[in-house]
Design a protein around this ligand. Structure first.
Ligand SMILES: [Zn+2]
Ligand SMILES: [Zn+2]
Ligand SMILES: [Zn+2]
Length: 113
């Protein structure tokens, strides 16, 4: 397996990714918590997580904004050339890398839905 570039965990052994929210088009969305993995051996067949959050980029991640397949739904793009995706673990930005450690003010947090 490989190391998840966003949580720095080995995807074959980690229970869940630590990224728990996305900012898409300037709005914060909590990721969907997956209670059970889909794979036959108790792990997600694509990213290897057991339960919780898929590692970012997993084929099985559903978009918290539109409900489509996250890797292809297009919500991460503000327009054709500008990627709008920000990944959050708690209130800490983990992607883009240049913003690592930046805190997002709590008043910008919005519940999923
Ligand atoms: Zn991860
Ligand atoms: Zn997965
Ligand atoms: Zn979407």
């Amino acid at each position: 397996m490989a190391i998840c570039q966003d949580c720095d965990q080995e995807m074959g052994t980690a229970t869940s990714c630590t990224v728990d929210a996305f900012v898409l088009q300037g709005r914060r969305y909590a990721r969907q918590w997956t209670r059970r993995p889909i794979g036959p051996d108790g792990r997600c067949g694509d990213c290897g997580m057991v339960c919780g959050y898929h590692h970012t980029g997993c084929d099985l991640e559903l978009c918290p904004r539109c409900g489509g397949q996250f890797i292809s739904c297009g919500c991460t793009w503000a327009d054709e050339d500008t990627e709008s995706l920000v990944l959050l673990a708690g209130d800490t930005v983990v992607y883009p890398d240049g913003l690592a450690g930046l805190r997002v003010p709590p008043d910008r947090a919005e519940p999923w839905g």
